[in-house]
Design a protein around this ligand. Structure first.
Ligand code: 5AD
Ligand code: SF4
Length: 449
C-alpha cells in the first residue's frame, strides 16, 4: 500500500511540474513515505532524515533549497513530534491527507512555517487521485482502506483509520485507465481487503468476490490478485471465486499471527487455530494448487514456549509457499503495549530464527515442486543480463527466463527448469503464443532506467 501511495504522491507532484530523480542531491523536494507498523520501521525514518539533512545542507551551500516532507503512518502517529526531533522537516502529511500535498506545499511556500496535516478529511481522497498511471504491467489498485478489527498489537486502525470501501464504479474507472496503458494484472489492495463491501452501480453493497467478477469481465485484464485478508472475512463467495474465476490467481495471503488459541484471544484476533485449519482446508478444496502465504508474530506478550510450539505446529500442518514473520514490537497506544509480561528480546530472537528456518524450508520445497511444470508468466522487468526477463508465475514466484522475441508486458508459456529459495528459472515453450492484447503505451517509458 505504501508503494501505491508513493506512486500517487509522485503523480500529484508531477502535476505541479516536479520530476522524479534517483539522486537526492538533485531534489528540490524529498518526500519520505513512512511505515509505523513496527518500531524498527518507524525509527528508520530518523536515520534517513539524517541523510536528507546532509544533502539539504550541501545544496544550501550552492544556493539551492530542499523542501522535506514526511508522509505516511509515522507522520500520522507522531505529527508535530517529528519536527521537534528533526527540525529539517518542513511538512508532515498523514496517509489520509496526502492527496492535498500540492495545496500544503503552497501553504508552506507562502508562510515559510512547518505544515502539519494529520486530519482524516471527509472529502473523497480518491477523487483527488484520479488519473492513475501505470508503472508496470502489474499494477496496484486500492479498493479498501483502514481497519475496524483492533488486534491488540496493531497500529493500523489508528493510523489508517476505520474501514472504508471504494465504490465499484470508481475502481472500474481506475482499472480501465490502467488497461488502456497496457496493464494486464491488478492487485486489489486493502488493509482488510476481503472485508470489502463497496457500493455497486445497482446501489447495493458488492463483496470482494463480486468486484473480482466485475473486473475479470474487463477486456485486457488477464490476472487478478488481492491482499491482505483476515480469516474471519473469508466468505463463501470468495472461496468459490478461487475455484470459478479463472482470472483470479492461485495465491492467497492469509495471516494467522499465532498458532496458540490463548495468544489469539489476547491478540483480539477473533479466530481460533481450528477455525483457521478448517478454513484453509475449504479454500484448498476449491483450489488445490493454491500458494498460501501468511503473517506470523513471535513473542507477543505472555507467549510461552508451548504457545510458540503451537505456532510451529500450525506452520507444519498448513505448509506455506511463503510467509512474513516478525518479532512482536511494542507500539505506543496499542493495548498490548501495556501488557506486563513482555517477552525477553533474546527469546523473541531465538523463536524467530527457529520459525524462519521452518518457513524457509517450506518455501524452498514449494518452489522446487514446480520444477518440470508448465505455466504462464507475465513479464514485468528486465533481468540482470542481456536477453533475460523477469516475470511472475501464477503463484507470485519470481521467474527468470531467457527470451529473444518477448518484451515486458507479454505473457508467455514456460517450463520451469530450476528453483531456488527466491526464484524460478524457466525456458519459453516452443509453442508459446504470446498474449499481446494491448500495446504497451506508457509502460516502457515508465520503466526505471
Ligand atoms: N509487532 C510485530 N508485527 C506486527 N504486525 C503488525 N503489528 C505488529 C507489531 N506490533 C505484523 C502483523 C501484520 C503485518 C502487516 O505486520 O503480522 O499482519
Ligand atoms: Fe492490524 Fe490486520 Fe488486525 Fe486490522 S486485522 S488490526 S490491519 S493486524
Amino acid at each position: 500500500m505504501n508503494v501505491y501511495d508513493a506512486e500517487r504522491m509522485a503523480e500529484l507532484m508531477g502535476d505541479e511540474g516536479f520530476e522524479l530523480t534517483e539522486d537526492m542531491t538533485d531534489a528540490d523536494m524529498v518526500i519520505l513515505n513512512t511505515c509505523h507498523i513496527r518500531e524498527k520501521a518507524a525509527e528508520k525514518v530518523y536515520s534517513e532524515l539524517g541523510r536528507v539533512r546532509k544533502s539539504k545542507e550541501n545544496r544550501t551551500e550552492t544556493g539551492k533549497n530542499t523542501i522535506v516532507a514526511v508522509a505516511g503512518c509515522v507522520a500520522q502517529a507522531e505529527g508535530e513530534e517529528i519536527i521537534r526531533r528533526a527540525p529539517v522537516v518542513d511538512m508532515v502529511v498523514g496517509p489520509q491527507s496526502y492527496q492535498n500535498l500540492p495545496e500544503l506545499l503552497g501553504e508552506f511556500n507562502t508562510s515559510g512555517k512547518p505544515v502539519i496535516e494529520t486530519e482524516f478529511p471527509e472529502e473523497d481522497k480518491f477523487k483527488k487521485l484520479a488519473g492513475i498511471t501505470a508503472s508496470s504491467p502489474s499494477s496496484f489498485v486500492t479498493v479498501q482502506e483502514g481497519c475496524d478489527k483492533f488486534c491488540t498489537f496493531c497500529v493500523v486502525p489508528y493510523t489508517r483509520g476505520g474501514e472504508y470501501s471504494r465504490p465499484v464504479a470508481d475502481i472500474l474507472e481506475d482499472a480501465k485507465r490502467l488497461v488502456d496503458q497496457g496493464v494486464k494484472e491488478l492487485t486489489l489492495l486493502g488493509q482488510n481487503v476481503n472485508a470489502y463491501h463497496g457500493k455497486g452501480q445497482d446501489g447495493k453493497d458488492h463483496s470482494l468476490a463480486a468486484l473480482l467478477e466485475t473486473l475479470s469481465e474487463l477486456n485486457g485484464i488477464e490476472r487478478l490478485r488481492f491482499t491482505t485478508s483476515h480469516p474471519n472475512d473469508m466468505q463463501d463467495d470468495l472461496i468459490d471465486a478461487h475455484r470459478d474465476n479463472p482470472k483470479l490467481m492461485p495465491y492467497l495471503h492469509l495471516p494467522f499471527q499465532s498458532g496458540s488459541n490463548r495468544i489469539l484471544k489476547a491478540m483480539n484476533r477473533r479466530h481460533t487455530r481450528e477455525h483457521y485449519i478448517k478454513l484453509v482446508a475449504r479454500i484448498r478444496e476449491a483450489r488445490p494448487d493454491l500458494a498460501l502465504s501468511t503473517d506470523i508474530i513471535v513473542g507477543f506478550p505472555g507467549e510461552t514456549d508451548q504457545d510458540f510450539e503451537d505456532t510451529m505446529d500450525l506452520v507444519d500442518r498448513i505448509g506455506y509457499a511463503s510467509a512474513y514473520s516478525f518479532k512482536y514490537s511494542s507500539r505506543p497506544g496499542t493495548p498490548a503495549a501495556e501488557h506486563e509480561q513482555q517477552v525477553d528480546e533474546e527469546v523473541k530472537k531465538q523463536r524467530l530464527a527457529l520459525l524462519q528456518k521452518r518457513l524457509t524450508s517450506q518455501q524452498k520445497s514449494f518452489n522446487e515442486s514446480k520444477v518440470g511444470q508448465q505455466m504462464t508468466v507475465l513479464l514485468e522487468k528486465n533481468g540482470r543480463h542481456e536477453g533475460q526477463l523477469i516475470g511472475r508465475s501464477p503463484y507470485l514466484q519470481s521467474v527468470h527466463v531467457e527470451v529473444e522475441h518477448a518484451k515486458i508486458g507479454d505473457m508467455i508459456d514456460v517450463t520451469i527448469e530450476g528453483a531456488t529459495l527466491n526464484s524460478l528459472k524457466a525456458v519459453i515453450n516452443p509453442s508459446s503464443s504470446k498474449v499481446t492484447t494491448n500495446e504497451l503505451k506508457t509502460l516502457e517509458s515508465n520503466q526505471p532506467a
